[in-house]
Write a protein that binds this ligand. Sequence first.
Ligand code: NSS
Length: 432
Amino acid sequence: MTDHTRISDLPKLVGQTATLRGWVMTTRSSGKIGFIMLRDGSGYLQAVISRGEVIDEIWERFEQLTQETSVAISGEVRADRRSPGGVELGVRDLEILGKSEDFPITPKEHGTTFLFQHRHLWLRSRRQVAIMKVRHELVQAIRDFFYQRDFILVDTPILTGSIGESAGTLFETQYFDLGKAYLAQTGQLYLEAAAAALGRVYCFGPTFRAEKSKTRRHLTEFWMVEPEVAWFDSEDNMKLQEEFVSYIVGRCLDRRREELKELERDTAPLERVVPPFHRISYTDALERLRALGAEVPWGKDLGGDEETLLANSFDRPVFVYNYPKEAKAFYMKENPADPRTVLNNDCLAPEGYGEIIGGSQREDDYDRLLCRIREENLPEEAYGWYLDLRKYGTFVHSGFGLGIERTVAWICGIPHVREAIAFPRQMHRLFP
Ligand code: NSS
């Protein structure tokens, strides 16, 4: 199976003969000349077949081609400025490898429900391929960013005994004789332990939240990257976030222009994503929201609509910092300047995308942390190991989590996170 060339390699082979394997997107024919639009995952190619230049059998095969038939095509690689990639293929030989009858997804419009029921086939469409390639770039950029800065990757467990964020959105399972296990909502608590061993660490994996909401920002299974840094306070944490977000967005702009064009993404707002990001305290944010006509009582977390409204008044991402304690998770450090609040921040993306990052300095005081665990009615016995980190050489430390699907949706300019992952998991969706 190595006897063929990928479409993306063709520009190097102008004037030579090549064999390609792929799937037929569309065909058209004038009776004398036929065109095949072929895709193979690496790119798109127009193959041209002339009735006078091939034997009848080959032309007959061409006439049998339907959408998504898999084929092997050989021919001469010709430069053609108007074609995708600047080349086309003059067909000499054509072999049908797999027939495709009545492919359900046709070039006409389909409803979202239908498309998601056929997600396994819908993935082959140009838009979906472009989104997956942007996601791939984003993930690679994330790994490169942390690698270059000497962060150590630590893989944290998916089956966990302690609740990571809040009791409200847990997936539970019975774990042998040991009681309940939960699917990880975050790797953070484990990562804090690893930060005491390695200084700068990150984890990157799937996380789970039994979100009963059907919003365009929520999945029940999503991917999150979470760095954790020893001797970093909340300020340092925000600086790292703005450098990080600017880098990963920049990488997609640099290396996935084609895909962003395919998605008709206006890249101007993405070009503006450079440090410093805007910063506004939670309390000031409420003021601003009030002026914009949205009343939020002090103490309540910001909802998606409020985030959109707020972020719309900034030309690049904005940090909202120092939220009320009661609106946020138990592990965040109390703000010494105003103990009603914590040393945390959310990072809101512009253009209506809202929160892509939640981060904070962690409570490093044993007694205060224990107090918070009790206030939140979390099972104390499950947090003995986590409290140990405050018992044996406690340390100032901070970290954050960036949601991959929300970030992909923002960079691609697509309205909903469900298109930002190959097989989305939502409350009402488990297949395919
Ligand atoms: O709940 S977070 O705000 N924060 C944490 O989980 C911390 N433990 C991270 C840390 O400090 N190490 O989630 C972080 C991000 C959030 O900003 C979103 O971008 C994303 O994770 N997120 C989600 N994406 C999709 N669907 C759902 N349900 C979801 N929940 C959070």
